[in-house]
Ligand binder design. Structure first.
Ligand SMILES: CC1=C(CCC(=O)O)c2cc3nc(cc4[nH]c(cc5[nH]c(cc1n2)c(C)c5CCC(=O)O)c(CCC(=O)O)c4C)C(CCC(=O)O)=C3C
Ligand SMILES: [Fe+2]
Length: 365
């Protein structure tokens, strides 16, 4: 392998940044309190979401997904001769970001590249993590510098596993229904006001999802010769009922589709990089039950998880950014119409609608 192509300098560590989740029943309520502190989420919604976790023994799948991703990433880097430690810190549960940053400092780390488990622009999926990074670094004297790797929803290492998963799910349908399967891409609903302020010009959250969906539909058509009907729907709506969130809810949409004669659907959880609770509960438990009830043959496409191509995308983004920071020219892998996004978020990107809080990894004003 060309050694210069695997030069991670100036980075001496990688940091996986994620949401965190409970691991046992006693964790569920304190976890939900961490997530919703100061956010005005109605009590009934919290109780309902708590039930989703209790139904799975009080254990979210997200931490185990991250553990296997970490193992895969460490192996990938090692195999490429990149000798960097890989750390992990969360927003809402142990290991907390501030503790991880303290450990990195103790280990002598000076500059880390951060990869978040959210692919898209929005306050919840990008800027809030940048605020979390600011807080974690501010809490640790002499903390390392942390750079967030660019958005990767349109990196082929993300879209290729998604496209393959859709092909596999279509193939899993009864043969006579495969050609007419409708692809319902699903992501986390957010308040419409949060979508309106996502990215530097607003609307980036929706635009990015639609871009990926179009890419996947084209890739599937190239394999099967069928251009499947497709659309975007949402899961996991929260908040107060009078606050508008992105719609349609996937369950409502499945009812409408059944009434209009749709017989087969593939749910594509394109908003999730691995099997989070939203995937195993909101889609596998709830939405597939809706399919059953309304008489649609439904399948859920797999998430990228620890697919080798997705893991390798982290290495690609790390080496790309390292070269940028060394002042070299780079080629940036991206598919779709939007193209590769920025290394540092523009000023005002994904504005915090509640309050002004400092964030790392942005252009300074
Ligand atoms: C855009 C987005 C992502 C994708 C980007 C990303 O991955 O970060 C995401 C991920 C996740 N959300 C998660 C869990 C929860 N999200 C909640 C609440 C909320 N999510 C929101 C948005 C998002 N959330 C919003 C606007 C709220 C309202 C409160 C607020 O304004 O912050 C609540 C409180 C209960 C409720 O209100 O539903 C819970 C428990 C988990 C862990 C799952 C697991 O355990 O596997 C993950 C990965
Ligand atoms: Fe959430």
């Amino acid at each position: 392998m060309d050694v210069s192509a695997c030069d991670p300098r100036p980075y001496d560590a990688v940091l996986l940044v994620s949401f965190g989740g409970p691991e046992k029943p006693e964790d569920v309520v304190p976890f939900l309190e961490n997530v919703t502190r100061g956010r005005g989420i109605p009590r009934e919604r919290l109780e309902e979401v708590g039930q989703h976790y209790f139904r799975f023994g009080g254990r979210s799948p997200i931490n185990d997904q991250n553990r296997s991703f970490l193992e895969a990433l460490r192996a990938d880097l090692r195999a490429s001769g990149i000798d960097l430690p890989v750390y992990w810190g969360n927003r809402n549960w142990d290991p907390y970001l501030a503790d991880t940053v303290a450990q990195m400092k103790a280990d002598g780390i000076t500059r880390a590249a951060a990869f978040t488990t959210s692919a898209y622009s929005s306050y919840s999926s990008c800027r809030q993590y940048r605020e979390n990074l600011f807080d974690a670094v501010a809490a640790v004297e002499g903390a390392p510098v942390i750079d967030k790797l660019r958005h990767y929803y349109n990196h082929p290492g993300f879209t290729e596993p998604v496209a393959d998963a859709v092909l596999a799910a279509i193939h899993d349908l009864p043969e006579e229904l495969r050609g007419e399967a409708r692809l319902v891409f699903v992501t986390h609903s957010i308040p419409t006001a949060m979508n309106d302020t996502s990215g530097p010009d607003g609307g980036a959250y929706l635009a990015q999802h639609l871009d990926v969906a179009a890419v996947v539909v084209r890739r599937v058509a190239a394999e099967t010769g069928v251009r499947h009907e497709h659309e975007l729907a949402f899961c996991s709506r929260s908040g107060a009922p009078h606050v508008p969130w992105l719609e349609p809810d996937v369950n409502d949409r499945l009812e409408e589709l059944a009434a209009a004669g749709t017989r087969a659907v593939v749910l594509v959880p394109v908003g999730f990089v691995s099997d989070h609770m939203e995937v195993v509960y909101d889609l596998d438990t709830e939405a597939l039950a809706t399919c059953e009830r309304v008489g649609i043959a439904g399948r859920r496409a797999a998430t990228p998880g620890d697919d080798a191509r997705f893991v390798a995308a982290v290495r690609d983004l790390l080496l790309e950014r390292a070269a940028v920071e060394r002042g070299e020219e780079v080629a940036r892998a991206a598919v779709g119409d939007i193209g590769p996004l920025w290394d540092r978020c523009p000023v005002g990107c994904c504005r915090n609608l509640r309050e002004d809080r400092p964030a790392l990894c942005g252009e300074s004003a």
